[in-house]
Design a protein around this ligand. Structure first.
Ligand SMILES: NC(=O)c1ccc[n+]([C@@H]2O[C@H](COP(=O)([O-])OP(=O)(O)OC[C@H]3O[C@@H](n4cnc5c(N)ncnc54)[C@H](O)[C@@H]3O)[C@@H](O)[C@H]2O)c1
Ligand SMILES: [Zn+2]
Ligand SMILES: [Zn+2]
Length: 375
Protein backbone atom coordinates (compact mmCIF):
# COMPACT_ATOMS: atom_id res chain seq x y z
CA UNK A 1 0.00 0.00 0.00
CA UNK A 2 1.34 3.42 -0.91
CA UNK A 3 1.37 5.49 2.27
CA UNK A 4 3.24 8.50 0.88
CA UNK A 5 1.64 11.76 1.99
CA UNK A 6 -1.16 9.92 3.78
CA UNK A 7 -1.98 9.52 7.46
CA UNK A 8 -1.07 6.00 8.62
CA UNK A 9 -3.22 4.12 11.12
CA UNK A 10 -1.14 1.67 13.18
CA UNK A 11 -0.63 0.31 16.69
CA UNK A 12 1.17 2.27 19.38
CA UNK A 13 1.46 2.17 23.16
CA UNK A 14 -0.10 5.15 24.90
CA UNK A 15 0.52 6.34 28.46
CA UNK A 16 -2.73 8.21 29.18
CA UNK A 17 -1.46 9.52 32.53
CA UNK A 18 1.51 9.03 34.84
CA UNK A 19 1.67 5.68 36.63
CA UNK A 20 -1.12 4.24 34.47
CA UNK A 21 -0.54 0.98 32.56
CA UNK A 22 0.39 1.44 28.91
CA UNK A 23 -2.37 0.52 26.50
CA UNK A 24 -1.83 -0.56 22.92
CA UNK A 25 -4.20 1.49 20.75
CA UNK A 26 -4.87 2.31 17.12
CA UNK A 27 -3.28 5.69 16.43
CA UNK A 28 -3.08 8.02 13.46
CA UNK A 29 0.40 9.11 12.39
CA UNK A 30 0.43 12.14 10.10
CA UNK A 31 2.89 12.47 7.21
CA UNK A 32 6.19 14.21 8.01
CA UNK A 33 6.22 17.99 7.65
CA UNK A 34 9.15 19.98 6.32
CA UNK A 35 12.43 18.85 7.93
CA UNK A 36 10.87 15.68 9.38
CA UNK A 37 10.97 11.96 8.59
CA UNK A 38 8.38 9.23 9.14
CA UNK A 39 9.92 5.94 10.20
CA UNK A 40 8.61 2.36 10.32
CA UNK A 41 9.96 1.11 13.62
CA UNK A 42 11.70 -2.28 13.61
CA UNK A 43 12.92 -2.46 17.21
CA UNK A 44 12.96 -0.47 20.43
CA UNK A 45 14.74 -0.89 23.73
CA UNK A 46 13.18 0.08 27.07
CA UNK A 47 15.48 2.63 28.72
CA UNK A 48 15.54 3.90 32.29
CA UNK A 49 14.56 7.35 30.98
CA UNK A 50 11.26 5.88 29.67
CA UNK A 51 10.62 4.55 33.16
CA UNK A 52 11.19 8.04 34.65
CA UNK A 53 8.62 9.40 32.16
CA UNK A 54 6.01 6.73 32.93
CA UNK A 55 6.40 7.21 36.69
CA UNK A 56 6.04 10.97 36.38
CA UNK A 57 9.54 11.60 37.78
CA UNK A 58 10.18 13.79 34.78
CA UNK A 59 7.62 16.50 34.07
CA UNK A 60 6.04 15.64 30.70
CA UNK A 61 2.69 16.18 28.96
CA UNK A 62 0.28 13.23 28.83
CA UNK A 63 -1.08 11.34 26.95
CA UNK A 64 2.10 10.38 25.17
CA UNK A 65 3.70 7.58 23.19
CA UNK A 66 6.84 6.60 25.12
CA UNK A 67 10.14 5.16 23.95
CA UNK A 68 13.19 6.71 22.30
CA UNK A 69 15.78 3.93 21.90
CA UNK A 70 14.69 2.89 18.43
CA UNK A 71 15.79 1.51 15.07
CA UNK A 72 13.68 1.64 11.95
CA UNK A 73 13.38 2.18 8.21
CA UNK A 74 12.49 5.53 6.66
CA UNK A 75 8.98 5.37 5.15
CA UNK A 76 8.86 8.95 3.81
CA UNK A 77 10.57 12.30 4.22
CA UNK A 78 9.28 15.86 4.39
CA UNK A 79 10.43 18.80 2.27
CA UNK A 80 14.07 19.69 2.53
CA UNK A 81 15.24 16.41 4.03
CA UNK A 82 18.46 15.36 2.34
CA UNK A 83 20.41 13.20 4.82
CA UNK A 84 18.14 10.15 4.36
CA UNK A 85 15.60 8.71 1.95
CA UNK A 86 12.80 6.12 2.06
CA UNK A 87 14.19 2.63 2.63
CA UNK A 88 17.24 3.79 4.62
CA UNK A 89 17.96 2.09 7.95
CA UNK A 90 18.09 4.70 10.71
CA UNK A 91 18.43 5.15 14.46
CA UNK A 92 16.36 7.80 16.20
CA UNK A 93 18.17 10.18 18.55
CA UNK A 94 16.96 11.47 21.92
CA UNK A 95 19.70 14.10 21.60
CA UNK A 96 19.53 15.60 18.10
CA UNK A 97 22.36 17.40 16.37
CA UNK A 98 21.22 20.52 14.49
CA UNK A 99 24.82 21.55 13.69
CA UNK A 100 23.80 25.22 14.13
CA UNK A 101 23.36 25.90 17.86
CA UNK A 102 26.02 26.84 20.40
CA UNK A 103 26.25 23.28 21.78
CA UNK A 104 26.56 21.73 18.32
CA UNK A 105 29.17 24.25 17.17
CA UNK A 106 31.32 23.96 20.31
CA UNK A 107 33.92 21.17 20.02
CA UNK A 108 32.96 19.73 23.42
CA UNK A 109 29.19 20.27 23.37
CA UNK A 110 26.53 17.73 22.41
CA UNK A 111 23.40 18.88 24.28
CA UNK A 112 21.79 20.39 21.19
CA UNK A 113 19.39 23.26 21.86
CA UNK A 114 16.73 21.43 19.84
CA UNK A 115 16.58 18.50 22.32
CA UNK A 116 13.28 17.88 24.10
CA UNK A 117 14.44 16.20 27.33
CA UNK A 118 15.07 19.14 29.65
CA UNK A 119 12.33 20.31 29.52
CA UNK A 120 9.97 17.96 27.64
CA UNK A 121 7.37 19.76 25.52
CA UNK A 122 6.17 16.58 23.78
CA UNK A 123 5.70 18.37 20.47
CA UNK A 124 7.69 18.70 17.27
CA UNK A 125 9.83 21.75 16.51
CA UNK A 126 6.83 23.58 15.02
CA UNK A 127 4.91 23.16 18.28
CA UNK A 128 2.45 20.51 17.02
CA UNK A 129 2.12 16.72 17.34
CA UNK A 130 1.94 14.14 14.53
CA UNK A 131 0.03 11.57 16.63
CA UNK A 132 -3.65 11.32 17.48
CA UNK A 133 -5.94 8.65 18.91
CA UNK A 134 -9.75 8.76 18.73
CA UNK A 135 -9.50 12.40 17.72
CA UNK A 136 -7.32 13.39 20.68
CA UNK A 137 -3.82 14.81 20.30
CA UNK A 138 -1.11 12.49 21.65
CA UNK A 139 2.28 13.90 22.67
CA UNK A 140 5.68 12.66 21.51
CA UNK A 141 8.31 11.52 23.99
CA UNK A 142 11.64 13.38 23.78
CA UNK A 143 10.64 14.31 20.19
CA UNK A 144 11.20 10.66 19.32
CA UNK A 145 8.56 8.04 20.51
CA UNK A 146 9.45 4.47 19.59
CA UNK A 147 6.73 2.30 21.17
CA UNK A 148 4.79 2.60 17.92
CA UNK A 149 4.77 0.91 14.52
CA UNK A 150 5.36 4.31 12.87
CA UNK A 151 6.84 7.50 14.29
CA UNK A 152 7.74 10.97 13.04
CA UNK A 153 10.93 12.70 14.18
CA UNK A 154 12.88 15.78 13.06
CA UNK A 155 15.56 14.93 10.50
CA UNK A 156 18.14 16.14 13.03
CA UNK A 157 16.90 13.46 15.50
CA UNK A 158 17.61 10.51 13.19
CA UNK A 159 20.68 9.19 11.45
CA UNK A 160 21.26 6.76 8.61
CA UNK A 161 23.24 3.65 9.55
CA UNK A 162 24.97 0.84 7.66
CA UNK A 163 22.65 -1.28 5.48
CA UNK A 164 24.08 -4.43 7.04
CA UNK A 165 23.04 -3.44 10.61
CA UNK A 166 20.99 -6.16 12.40
CA UNK A 167 17.86 -4.17 13.14
CA UNK A 168 16.69 -6.43 15.97
CA UNK A 169 19.63 -5.30 18.14
CA UNK A 170 21.09 -1.98 17.00
CA UNK A 171 18.32 0.02 18.66
CA UNK A 172 20.57 -0.11 21.74
CA UNK A 173 23.10 2.02 19.84
CA UNK A 174 20.44 4.74 19.71
CA UNK A 175 20.76 5.47 23.46
CA UNK A 176 21.85 3.03 26.20
CA UNK A 177 25.05 1.67 24.71
CA UNK A 178 26.71 4.94 23.59
CA UNK A 179 25.53 6.65 26.79
CA UNK A 180 27.41 4.20 28.97
CA UNK A 181 30.32 3.21 26.77
CA UNK A 182 30.97 6.84 25.79
CA UNK A 183 30.81 7.97 29.44
CA UNK A 184 33.80 5.70 30.10
CA UNK A 185 35.88 5.91 26.92
CA UNK A 186 34.95 9.35 25.58
CA UNK A 187 33.98 11.49 28.55
CA UNK A 188 35.97 10.10 31.51
CA UNK A 189 38.73 8.67 29.30
CA UNK A 190 39.27 5.84 31.78
CA UNK A 191 42.97 5.02 31.99
CA UNK A 192 44.70 1.61 31.96
CA UNK A 193 45.21 0.20 35.45
CA UNK A 194 42.66 2.55 37.02
CA UNK A 195 39.97 1.75 39.60
CA UNK A 196 36.32 2.44 38.81
CA UNK A 197 32.97 2.17 40.55
CA UNK A 198 29.69 1.95 38.63
CA UNK A 199 26.44 2.72 40.48
CA UNK A 200 23.59 0.92 38.70
CA UNK A 201 24.15 -2.17 36.55
CA UNK A 202 21.23 -1.77 34.13
CA UNK A 203 21.61 -1.04 30.42
CA UNK A 204 23.63 2.15 30.84
CA UNK A 205 25.72 0.88 33.77
CA UNK A 206 26.55 -2.34 31.92
CA UNK A 207 27.77 -0.33 28.93
CA UNK A 208 29.88 1.80 31.30
CA UNK A 209 31.43 -1.42 32.64
CA UNK A 210 32.22 -2.48 29.05
CA UNK A 211 33.88 0.88 28.41
CA UNK A 212 35.93 0.69 31.63
CA UNK A 213 37.04 -2.85 30.76
CA UNK A 214 37.92 -1.87 27.17
CA UNK A 215 39.98 1.04 28.55
CA UNK A 216 42.05 -1.33 30.69
CA UNK A 217 40.67 -0.54 34.16
CA UNK A 218 42.15 -3.01 36.63
CA UNK A 219 39.35 -2.93 39.17
CA UNK A 220 35.66 -2.26 38.45
CA UNK A 221 33.33 -2.21 41.45
CA UNK A 222 29.66 -2.67 40.53
CA UNK A 223 26.91 -1.37 42.85
CA UNK A 224 23.26 -2.42 42.56
CA UNK A 225 20.41 -3.29 44.92
CA UNK A 226 19.28 -6.08 42.57
CA UNK A 227 21.70 -9.00 42.90
CA UNK A 228 20.26 -10.61 39.77
CA UNK A 229 22.44 -8.09 37.94
CA UNK A 230 25.68 -9.39 39.41
CA UNK A 231 26.45 -12.53 37.32
CA UNK A 232 26.07 -10.66 34.02
CA UNK A 233 28.01 -7.68 35.37
CA UNK A 234 30.88 -9.98 36.36
CA UNK A 235 30.86 -11.49 32.88
CA UNK A 236 31.26 -7.97 31.43
CA UNK A 237 34.21 -7.08 33.65
CA UNK A 238 33.00 -6.13 37.13
CA UNK A 239 35.54 -7.43 39.65
CA UNK A 240 33.63 -6.73 42.90
CA UNK A 241 29.85 -6.50 43.44
CA UNK A 242 28.24 -4.51 46.25
CA UNK A 243 24.60 -4.46 47.32
CA UNK A 244 24.19 -1.29 49.45
CA UNK A 245 21.17 -2.83 51.21
CA UNK A 246 23.35 -5.60 52.60
CA UNK A 247 26.25 -3.46 53.80
CA UNK A 248 26.70 -2.37 57.41
CA UNK A 249 28.17 0.98 56.36
CA UNK A 250 27.32 3.49 53.62
CA UNK A 251 28.52 2.15 50.29
CA UNK A 252 30.96 5.04 49.73
CA UNK A 253 32.76 4.13 52.97
CA UNK A 254 33.07 0.54 51.80
CA UNK A 255 34.46 1.68 48.43
CA UNK A 256 36.96 3.92 50.27
CA UNK A 257 38.08 0.98 52.43
CA UNK A 258 38.34 -1.38 49.46
CA UNK A 259 40.51 1.02 47.47
CA UNK A 260 42.33 2.77 50.34
CA UNK A 261 42.34 6.10 48.50
CA UNK A 262 39.03 6.19 46.62
CA UNK A 263 38.46 5.36 42.97
CA UNK A 264 39.90 7.13 39.96
CA UNK A 265 36.50 7.13 38.20
CA UNK A 266 32.99 6.89 39.65
CA UNK A 267 29.87 6.64 37.47
CA UNK A 268 26.24 7.09 38.46
CA UNK A 269 23.74 5.32 36.16
CA UNK A 270 20.57 5.19 38.26
CA UNK A 271 19.16 8.72 38.43
CA UNK A 272 18.92 9.14 42.21
CA UNK A 273 20.37 12.01 44.20
CA UNK A 274 21.61 9.71 47.00
CA UNK A 275 23.60 7.53 44.62
CA UNK A 276 25.01 10.62 42.90
CA UNK A 277 26.33 11.80 46.28
CA UNK A 278 27.65 8.29 47.05
CA UNK A 279 29.47 8.20 43.69
CA UNK A 280 31.02 11.61 44.38
CA UNK A 281 32.13 10.52 47.84
CA UNK A 282 33.68 7.30 46.44
CA UNK A 283 36.18 9.26 44.34
CA UNK A 284 39.76 10.00 45.21
CA UNK A 285 39.81 13.43 46.85
CA UNK A 286 42.60 14.81 44.73
CA UNK A 287 42.21 13.44 41.21
CA UNK A 288 38.98 11.39 41.20
CA UNK A 289 36.43 12.05 38.47
CA UNK A 290 32.71 11.52 39.07
CA UNK A 291 30.44 11.21 36.04
CA UNK A 292 26.69 11.49 36.36
CA UNK A 293 24.80 9.69 33.57
CA UNK A 294 21.59 9.08 35.56
CA UNK A 295 18.65 11.42 34.99
CA UNK A 296 17.39 12.78 38.31
CA UNK A 297 13.72 13.68 38.92
CA UNK A 298 12.67 17.10 37.58
CA UNK A 299 12.55 18.82 40.98
CA UNK A 300 15.63 17.18 42.56
CA UNK A 301 18.47 19.22 44.05
CA UNK A 302 22.00 17.87 44.55
CA UNK A 303 23.71 18.81 47.82
CA UNK A 304 27.44 18.21 48.33
CA UNK A 305 29.86 19.20 51.10
CA UNK A 306 31.13 22.43 49.52
CA UNK A 307 34.63 22.56 51.08
CA UNK A 308 35.50 19.15 49.61
CA UNK A 309 35.38 20.45 46.04
CA UNK A 310 38.64 22.29 46.83
CA UNK A 311 40.77 19.16 46.97
CA UNK A 312 40.73 18.83 43.21
CA UNK A 313 38.25 16.17 42.20
CA UNK A 314 35.93 16.65 39.25
CA UNK A 315 32.15 16.35 38.94
CA UNK A 316 30.82 16.07 35.42
CA UNK A 317 27.50 15.29 33.81
CA UNK A 318 27.42 13.25 30.62
CA UNK A 319 24.66 12.94 28.08
CA UNK A 320 24.73 10.31 25.33
CA UNK A 321 28.37 9.59 26.10
CA UNK A 322 29.37 13.12 25.08
CA UNK A 323 29.02 12.02 21.46
CA UNK A 324 27.86 14.44 18.80
CA UNK A 325 25.10 12.08 17.88
CA UNK A 326 24.68 12.29 14.10
CA UNK A 327 28.46 12.46 13.61
CA UNK A 328 29.36 9.54 15.87
CA UNK A 329 26.48 7.05 16.23
CA UNK A 330 26.76 5.55 12.69
CA UNK A 331 30.43 4.77 13.38
CA UNK A 332 29.46 2.87 16.56
CA UNK A 333 27.13 0.71 14.44
CA UNK A 334 29.98 0.11 11.98
CA UNK A 335 32.35 -0.74 14.86
CA UNK A 336 29.78 -3.31 16.02
CA UNK A 337 29.55 -4.81 12.52
CA UNK A 338 33.36 -5.01 12.45
CA UNK A 339 33.45 -6.76 15.86
CA UNK A 340 35.31 -3.86 17.52
CA UNK A 341 32.57 -3.62 20.12
CA UNK A 342 29.89 -6.12 21.09
CA UNK A 343 26.42 -5.04 22.20
CA UNK A 344 25.02 -8.60 22.17
CA UNK A 345 25.46 -9.22 25.93
CA UNK A 346 23.15 -6.25 26.62
CA UNK A 347 20.29 -7.69 24.52
CA UNK A 348 19.03 -10.19 27.08
CA UNK A 349 15.46 -10.53 25.76
CA UNK A 350 13.58 -9.83 22.54
CA UNK A 351 9.78 -9.85 22.53
CA UNK A 352 7.12 -8.91 19.96
CA UNK A 353 5.49 -5.52 20.50
CA UNK A 354 2.18 -7.11 21.57
CA UNK A 355 4.05 -8.56 24.58
CA UNK A 356 4.93 -5.05 25.76
CA UNK A 357 3.66 -5.74 29.28
CA UNK A 358 5.83 -8.85 29.63
CA UNK A 359 8.76 -6.76 28.38
CA UNK A 360 8.06 -4.06 30.97
CA UNK A 361 7.88 -6.74 33.65
CA UNK A 362 11.31 -8.04 32.60
CA UNK A 363 12.59 -4.46 32.84
CA UNK A 364 11.07 -3.76 36.27
CA UNK A 365 12.08 -7.07 37.82
CA UNK A 366 15.65 -6.46 36.71
CA UNK A 367 15.78 -9.81 34.89
CA UNK A 368 16.72 -8.02 31.67
CA UNK A 369 19.65 -5.73 31.03
CA UNK A 370 17.73 -4.63 27.94
CA UNK A 371 14.53 -6.20 26.61
CA UNK A 372 14.10 -5.28 22.95
CA UNK A 373 10.60 -4.90 21.47
CA UNK A 374 10.26 -6.14 17.90
CA UNK A 375 7.60 -4.66 15.60
N1 LIG B 1 22.78 10.69 30.33
C1 LIG B 1 22.16 10.11 29.33
O1 LIG B 1 22.38 10.45 28.18
C2 LIG B 1 21.22 8.99 29.61
C3 LIG B 1 20.85 8.10 28.61
C4 LIG B 1 20.10 6.98 28.95
C5 LIG B 1 19.68 6.81 30.25
N2 LIG B 1 20.01 7.73 31.18
C6 LIG B 1 19.65 7.57 32.58
O2 LIG B 1 20.55 6.61 33.14
C7 LIG B 1 19.89 5.95 34.22
C8 LIG B 1 20.01 4.45 34.04
O3 LIG B 1 19.32 4.04 32.86
P1 LIG B 1 19.20 2.49 32.50
O4 LIG B 1 18.55 2.42 31.18
O5 LIG B 1 20.50 1.82 32.71
O6 LIG B 1 18.18 2.00 33.62
P2 LIG B 1 18.03 0.54 34.25
O7 LIG B 1 16.74 0.52 34.95
O8 LIG B 1 18.32 -0.48 33.20
O9 LIG B 1 19.20 0.45 35.35
C9 LIG B 1 19.15 1.06 36.61
C10 LIG B 1 19.81 0.12 37.62
O10 LIG B 1 19.90 0.79 38.87
C11 LIG B 1 19.61 -0.13 39.90
N3 LIG B 1 19.19 0.62 41.08
C12 LIG B 1 17.99 1.22 41.32
N4 LIG B 1 18.01 1.86 42.51
C13 LIG B 1 19.23 1.65 43.05
C14 LIG B 1 19.87 2.07 44.25
N5 LIG B 1 19.23 2.81 45.16
N6 LIG B 1 21.16 1.68 44.46
C15 LIG B 1 21.82 0.92 43.57
N7 LIG B 1 21.26 0.49 42.39
C16 LIG B 1 20.00 0.87 42.14
C17 LIG B 1 18.53 -1.02 39.31
O11 LIG B 1 18.45 -2.26 39.99
C18 LIG B 1 19.03 -1.17 37.86
O12 LIG B 1 19.89 -2.28 37.72
C19 LIG B 1 18.47 6.48 34.24
O13 LIG B 1 18.39 7.55 35.18
C20 LIG B 1 18.28 7.02 32.85
O14 LIG B 1 17.30 8.03 32.80
C21 LIG B 1 20.76 8.81 30.90
ZN1 LIG C 1 17.61 6.29 26.79
ZN1 LIG D 1 22.19 21.90 17.94
Amino acid sequence: MNTLGKTITCRAAIAWAKNSPLSIEEVQVEPPKSGEVRIKMISSGICGSDDHVLKGELVVNFPLIPGHEGAGIVESVGDGVCSMKPGDKVLILIIPQCRECDACLHPKGNFCYKQDVLPCSGVMLDGTSRFSCRGQKIYHSFRTSSFTEYTVVPEIAAVKIDDAAPMDKVCLISCGFPTGYGAAVNSAKVTPGSTCVVFGLGGVGSAIVMGCKASGASRIIGVDINEEKFPRARALGVTDCLNPNKLEKPVQEVVMEMTGVGVDFAFEAIGLVDTMVAAWNSCNNSYGVCLIAGLAPSDAQLSLEAPKILSGKTLKGVCLGDYKTRDCIPQIVTDYLQNKINIDPLVTYQLPFNQLHEALELFHSGKAIRCVLLF
